[in-house]
Unconditional design. Structure first.
Length: 116
């Protein structure tokens, strides 16, 4: 059974940091492309960051220089380090996996709220 379990969300002040984690199971994590998406109330889901199997990364322009995606294949976990958080980063953050065989999976999401 495939599972993606996000954690690490919470309430943080502007300028603060959070690290999200996504623990994966049930598929070959090391060969999967992993993505973080977010969705704010009333807005469409947007891609935040992606890391592929060799470790190449890409980011949305809105988070470049502030967010870092990484993976630990030994722990079957992908991370999103978020620094210099802004009000507009408030959203539900979702982890997504695309397996080597083209199957897609989603986590349940973790809420990030940036507020003073």
């Amino acid at each position: 059974q495939v599972q993606l379990v996000e954690s690490g969300g919470g309430l943080v002040q502007p300028g603060g940091s959070l690290r999200l984690s996504c623990a994966a199971s049930g598929f070959t994590f090391s060969s999967a492309t992993m993505r973080w998406y977010r969705q704010a109330p009333g807005k469409e889901r947007e891609l935040v960051a992606v890391i592929n199997s060799p470790g190449f990364t890409n980011y949305a322009d809105s988070v470049k220089g502030r967010f870092t995606i990484s993976r630990d294949n030994a722990k079957n976990t992908v991370y999103l380090q978020m620094n210099s958080l802004k009000f507009e980063d408030t959203a539900m953050y979702y982890c997504s996996a695309l397996s080597h065989y083209g199957q897609g999976y989603w986590g349940q999401g973790t809420q990030v709220t940036v507020s003073s």
